[in-house]
Structure formats: C-alpha cells, structure tokens
Ligand binder design. Structure first.
Ligand SMILES: Cc1cc2nc3c(=O)[nH]c(=O)nc-3n(C[C@H](O)[C@H](O)[C@H](O)COP(=O)(O)OP(=O)(O)OC[C@H]3O[C@@H](n4cnc5c(N)ncnc54)[C@H](O)[C@@H]3O)c2cc1C
Length: 530
C-alpha cells in the first residue's frame, strides 16, 4: 500500500474480514499480490463468521455432489441459480480440504481413528458437516487470523469504515470519464475512526465482503456490523442487487432482552431436541411431516403461529428430555450461555424465539464473484451467487464465503497478471472526500431513536409474515426517515454512528422495496396480499 497525503493506493482493497474477505486476501497474498484488508471492527474477528456454531458442509461417506445439490435446491425452493449450486457442490469440499484442513489446520472434531466426525442439520439428507464443538466459526476465523496477521502481503486496517465506493462516473472530476460507457469502481472512501478523518483508498480491484443485514431487525442473531453497508454502497454505485426480500429467520434464538440474540444451533435439533408447548407436548409434526428438522422458514412460521395462538412471547425447546449425547461436551458454548442466562439445558426446556439470521440475497455476482460494476467484486453474505435461492440450507454459507472468496482471489490475480491496471489519469481525477456537515456533533438520542424506528418497522412490517398494507406502511415510514437522515447528514460531521445509521436505513429500504415488489410467497419470503 503506498501513501500520499490522505490518499492510498493498493492492488486490491478488501472491505470485511469475515471468512469471505479472509479467503480472498489469503488467495491473493499467496499469489504475491499486495492486499489491504479493512474492517470497521477493532480486530479481524468481528462480523458473523466467528459466531457460526453448527459447522461447514464437507462430504459424508454416503454423499455426492449431486445429493448436496438436491438438498440445496429443495431448501431454496428451486429458486436457486443451478450453475452456482453445482459449482459449490463440486468445488466446495476440495477447497475446504485445501484451505481449512491442509493450509490452516482448523481443529475440526475427529474420532479415535482420526477420521472427521460429521454431523447433520435440518434438511440435509446425510451427515456431511464438519464442526468444532459449537464454535466452528470462531475456530475457522482464529486460524485465518494467525495466518493473515503474519502474511507479508496483507495489510490489515482495523477501525476503518467504508463510507462510499469511488466510481469513475460518480466521482471523477474529468468530464471524459463520465462519458465512458463503462462505469468503473476505483476504490472507496474510508473513515479512519482513530484519526477521525476520511481517506481516499484507490485500488485496481475492490472487494465487498461486508456480511449480512440482520441488525436492521429488532431480533437478530447477527453481529453489530451486519447492517448491509456493502449492499447499500454497491446499490448506490449502480451495481445490480437481487433477491433482497429473502431474509432467513432462524427459529431458535434464546429468548432474552436486548438486540443481538444468542443462537441455539440447529445441530441441537439434529441431535434430537424438540419444540414443545408449555405442557411438554411436541408440536412441529402438526405443521410439517419433517417435524423439528423441517426447513427454517417453515419452523419459524410455525413458532409465530404457536406464539399468536397462546399469546406467549416464546416457545420451548427441549434438549433435556430428547438429546441422548453429553450436552455440555457436545455443545459447550450453548450450555454455558444458557447457564449464564439462568437455564440448565440438561435439566429443563429453554425459551426460544425466531430472529433475523441470514441474508439470502445481495449484490449479484457470477462464479468469479464479479458484480455488474467493473472492477468491483462481492463475496460472502453480502453477495447473491444464487446458491441459496429463496432459502438457505444450513451450514452452506461459510462454505459459500470460502469458495467464492477463493474464486474471486483467483479471478483478480489473473486480471492483475494481465496488467489490467487503473490509469494514473483516472486516479488523479478523483477528489478527496469533503464532509458536507460541519454544524455540530450528532445527538446520541436521535441516533438511538432512529435505529429503534428502523428495527421495529422491519420486525413488525417486513418480518416473518409480510402483508401488502404492512409493507406499504414500512415504505412510507422508512422513506420519511431517510429524508430526515439526509438533513442530519448534511449538517453533522461524519462519524461511524452516522455512517452506520445511514447505511442501515438505506438497507432497510432496499429490503422493503424488494419485498413489496414480490407479491408471491416463496421460501423465506412469506407474503399475504391484504
Ligand atoms: C449466530 C450465527 C450462527 C451461524 N452459524 C452458521 C453455521 O453454523 N454454518 C454456516 O455455514 N453459517 C452460519 N452462519 C452464517 C455465517 O456465519 C455467515 O453467513 C458468514 O460468516 C458471513 O461471512 P462474511 O465473510 O460474508 O461476513 P462477516 O463474517 O459478517 O464479516 C463482515 C465483515 O465486514 C466488516 N464490515 C461491515 N461493514 C463494513 C464497513 N462499512 N466498512 C468496513 N468493514 C465493514 C465487518 O466488521 C466484518 O469484518 C451463522 C450466522 C450467525 C449470525
């Protein structure tokens, strides 16, 4: 990375340090290219990746790429892009082996003969999931972190928040670039939280790996960074976004007060746990013949229906009476977190609610992770590869981030080898950021209230069951808020809070507009036309 005043240049700028961003960075750095990896968090391990519990899809003994494809397509309501599903199913297990097992030595569980232990989750037809206790994501990210921090070709910038992508059409001060038919992404304006200034980072290729959107909902399992900022930046720059109505709600988050809910992994149901009513009777078979292991959208709606019927704020999940394994050993993290919340999962059922969990849509990309905007890539949860269609099969998202991260890295390296670089003239025509607002610092009460408006609006109107009138109300309320935020933004100096709020509101609008356009129920988009 070279620096001139407030301006930087790097071969590749990667925004986001989850499994997807790390996978791109390692692939490129191993090929000898210098990459800059940024995160708005204070270390690499922010985001959803370290929160993943259940595991990552590999290949079981009675498994085949075809069987995996079928399971993904069934979960995705055949709304998937078949080419991407095939690509993931064919390539995925080998990439897991090369990167996670051989290069990073992730300590996946093994039996006495050193063979991998493989588990099963909802809607998988065979045992094919590698795991590390119930902290698989943490184990993967810790292994990436060790490798990436010592790599000479990777520069990591923490507490750096991307505000906006820089494009030739939108930002160049030279008229000739505005007349070019092809708009190009040239990097991003990045807010350096420690120095409280905006830096201009130019890159031959920019990769968005900013993760999901769960934090625009009241109840979510997602990390605080999951506010859809990559989605919003790409959308604003003219890249195509797709399937944004498909938000998967996880049926089992521990019922507690507060924003981010602790996830109770589906693997617990894979090992036998069952949903029960307050009197202890299981109920899922009344909703779906697959019972407690039915796909997540069906289970989430069943729970909402049960909650509406009983007037309770939650249902119970009973592992104590149904799981035969040693729970504290198999699920140490869940066991500990439940104890901290006052429940001994080995002795009693625990209260659970559904929560916004996974974003199946995103920035449209091809098999290499290329977006429709030249020189811009997107990988991981922020992207839409078409793998998940209208709903996601459990444990395929870490795999998708790893595989597409690797493919994007290979694709970019090929282009860099062809010396396909940005012109000096174009880079020279890009101005530095000028902050519109200078008046006074933000009022925390306004920021907190605006976030509550976004989260409640999304939960109540654009949540598990969406009616036409709820969506109309959501659109009106969010567009009004957005207008107010533009004012706020024009008058207030830039800050991380302000950037996040702005991105969160725009993200909520993108989801709501998509949900409004799609008048049919499919997968995790459940639409009632009244
Ligand atoms: C509780 C939980 C359990 C899960 N369990 C599983 C599982 O068992 N198996 C599975 O396959 N999937 C699971 N998932 C889903 C999976 O974890 C995610 O889909 C995946 O980790 C996303 O990876 P990512 O790299 O795309 O994004 P993330 O890991 O979310 O990383 C996003 C990164 O972008 C950064 N960022 C965001 N915005 C900005 C910005 N404006 N500027 C700079 N940086 C920014 C963040 O700080 C972070 O570094 C789970 C998810 C959750 C929440």
């Amino acid at each position: 990375m070279s620096k001139e005043n407030n301006r930087y240049y790097t071969d590749v700028l990667i925004i986001g340090t989850g499994i997807a961003g790390c996978s791109v960075a390692l692939t490129l750095a191993n090929k000898g290219f210098s990459v800059t990896l940024i995160t708005s968090g204070d270390d690499i391990d922010t985001g959803n990746s370290p929160l993943a519990q259940g595991g990552i899809v590999y290949r079981g003994p009675n498994d085949s790429p075809k069987l995996l494809q079928q399971d993904i397509l069934t979960a995705g309501w055949k709304y998937n892009y078949q080419k991407s599903v095939k690509y993931l199913s064919n390539k995925g297990p080998d990439i897991v082996k090369d990167i996670l097992i051989n290069e990073l030595n992730v300590p996946f569980e093994r039996d006495e003969d050193s063979n991998f232990k493989l588990t099963k989750e909802g809607a998988h037809s065979v045992n094919r999931i590698l795991y590390c206790g119930d902290y698989t994501g943490r184990a993967i990210i810790d292994s990436f972190k060790r490798k990436i921090k010592e790599h000479p070709n990777i520069k990591i910038l923490t507490k750096h928040t991307a505000i906006d992508l820089i494009t030739s059409h939108h930002h160049s001060l030279k008229l000739e670039f505005k007349y070019h038919l092809i708009n190009q992404c040239i990097g991003a304006y990045i807010y350096n939280q420690q120095e409280d200034r905006v830096e201009t980072v130019m890159a031959d290729y920019t990769v968005l790996a900013t993760g999901g959107v769960g934090q625009v909902y009241l109840h979510t399992t997602n990390a605080p960074s999951s506010i859809g900022s990559g989605l919003v930046m790409a959308y604003r720059s003219g890249a195509k976004v797709m399937n944004c109505e498909f938000i998967q709600f996880h049926p089992t988050a521990l019922y507690q007060r507060g924003g981010q809910k602790f996830l109770i992994s589906e693997a617990l149901r894979g090992e036998g746990a069952r949903f029960v009513r307050i009197d202890g009777t299981p109920f899922m078979k009344e909703y779906d013949p697959r019972g407690d292991l039915a796909p997540r959208d069906i289970v989430s709606r069943a729970i909402v229906e049960e909650m509406l019927r009983t007037g309770d704020d939650f249902v119970y999940l009973d592992a104590a009476d149904f799981v035969k394994k040693d729970i504290p050993k198999r699920f140490p993290n869940i066991y500990k977190k439940c104890l901290e919340a006052g429940y001994d999962i080995t002795k009693e059922p625990i209260p659970v609610v559904p929560a916004a969990h996974f974003f199946c849509g995103g920035i449209l990309v091809d098999l290499e992770g290329r977006t429709t905007l030249n020189r811009l890539y997107a990988v991981g949860e922020v992207s839409c590869t078409g793998v998940h269609g209208a709903n996601r099969l459990a444990s395929t998202s870490l795999l998708e981030g790893l595989v597409w991260g690797h493919s994007a890295g290979l694709s970019i390296s090929k282009r860099l080898q062809k010396k396909n670089r940005l012109s000096k003239k174009l880079m020279g025509s890009i101005p530095d950021w000028s902050s519109p607002g200078t008046d006074k610092n933000e009022d925390p009460a306004l920021v907190a209230q605006d976030w509550l408006t976004i989260k409640h609006t999304m939960w109540n109107y654009v949540g598990i069951v969406r009616t036409t009138s709820r969506l109309k109300r959501a659109r009106e309320d969010l567009h009004n808020l957005s207008k107010r935020l533009y004012e706020f933004y024009r008058n207030t100096p830039i800050s991380k809070n302000l950037i996040d709020l702005f991105h969160g509101c725009q993200c909520a609008i993108i989801i709501t507009d998509s949900a409004n356009r799609n008048t049919k129920s499919v997968g995790c988009h459940f639409r009632v036309n009244r």
